[in-house]
Design a protein around this ligand. Sequence first.
Ligand code: ADP
Ligand code: MG
Length: 543
Amino acid sequence: MSTYGIDLGTTYSCIARLDSNGNPEVIRNNEDDSNTVASVVFFENENNVVVGQAAKENIETDGERVVQFVKREIGKPEKRTYEFYGKTYTPVEISALILTRLKNLVEAQGGTIEDVVITVPAYFGLEERSATKQAGELAGLHVLSLINEPTAAALSYCARQFQEDRTVLVYDLGGGTFDVTVLKMSMAQNNSGRDVQKITVLATDGDDKLGGKDWDEKLYNHILHACCDDSGLMPEEIEAETRQDIRSKVEEAKRKLSKKQSAKVRIDVNGSRTEVTIKRSDFEQMTSDLVARTMNFVDATLEKVPAESIDTVLLVGGSTYMPMIINAVEEKFPGKVQQHDPDQAVAKGAAIYASMLVEEIDTPSAQGEETSGDKTFTRAEQLTSKFTVEDQTPRSFGPGVVDTNGAKHKYVLENFIKIGEKMPAVFSKTYYPLEDNQERVKLRAFENISTDDTLIPCVDEEGNPQAADPAQKVKLLGELIVNLPPNTSRNTPIKVTFKVDASGVHVEAVNTKTDEIFETFLRTESDVDIERSAVHQLRISSD
Ligand code: ADP
Ligand code: MG
């Protein structure tokens, strides 16, 4: 089987597939003796790029050649780049290096990898999504689809227990981000009339600057100060090598504290050895504010979805191994908390989803078979025929058009598809050129977070988003050029269609007079110079 699920994480990434019995399994990272690969890239020299734990070990000593947390930069308007040895890298290219490392894990074990599903946070907007997809393609992968991380986690949970009508809260505390999502799992019928489990996102919230690294930071400072107390040195007198030594040992100590009541760390402080013992209770005390911050987000989410309706709480993300997290969540939702492979659940769910999207499934071993009538189902088929994933649109989308009805032209954004709608979502509307003999129309597509039908005036006279209402987060996605033949009347109907699915937004325009279809959507991302002077808009109503 060459279909894989990939959790491209902020701090750790993971790749999984379904084994021959249809059970999700993670591809081990033997080099780091781990189920995951650190999402850290070290540009060692002109010819060598290191990804994973080995790269992490250079953060303190060669930090200027290390890239971490690149997921925070992917698809962001700031368009940050990195430069190493005279070459410039985009976040997409750095992410592709991480994905290539995951791909190599499969290949090193004799596997082939073609089709993949990559996971993204539920709050990712379109640019982030399309940049993630691009990174996959750059790594030579065929990206079947993207799937929201909490949905993937819920899918892997479904694979364990088939549940009817349950509301699940996914508490995902990773290395750099915290997300809380409420999903509804319900029964529905698929196109062939078969009962399937449907997963719908009801609410999502979180903090993309809160994660395990904040726990690491507290522990790092604690150990650094203990080293200073022991050696009589000031923090600034501690050498970079010693800092790196502490940095490298902090995470391991934190992991130990998840299992044991105390952890010992030995550090060479500027040449002489110091031993620091950390008690779990002290660690919990110094990080209690961080736990409280995550619980505040849970409370905020419970304002949208009542606490009584939550049947199960799923703990996802490596940081939920910490007993303080399990305890805090258990206290809020007694008896409802479940945790299964929290650092692998997302990749496993993506693997299940990937196999749902491709039909061919490896020949099963006898053990994985179940006979029903005259057809033999593999476990994978049983699994995949039971689910349907219903994700919601992460943003609202629509074109900027001209409203000519008033005394003065108004440039408005018409929301075709609204945030929270079931995906795939499709909407079409007919518009008209602004003037007779117009040579072309520049159809601009926007995303925003408003649920209003019309946003006035959210785009300026040139159709660009206006900063006037930042709360609506209006963002120009790009434009579609619709060339019109000579002598086109201003009453020629132009049908505009927006389609949004997990992999992004697709915009299409049809000149209904000539049936000519226009679908080359120019992203602002790809350096399209959006001509600001010429206004070739579409108007809402005909004469
Ligand atoms: P991501 O943030 O990329 O989604 P993960 O979900 O794998 O990644 O979470 C990574 C975080 O989990 C890191 O901060 C890591 O230190 C932490 N972590 C992993 N295992 C443990 C453990 N046993 N105890 C405490 N923290 C852990
Ligand atoms: Mg994660």
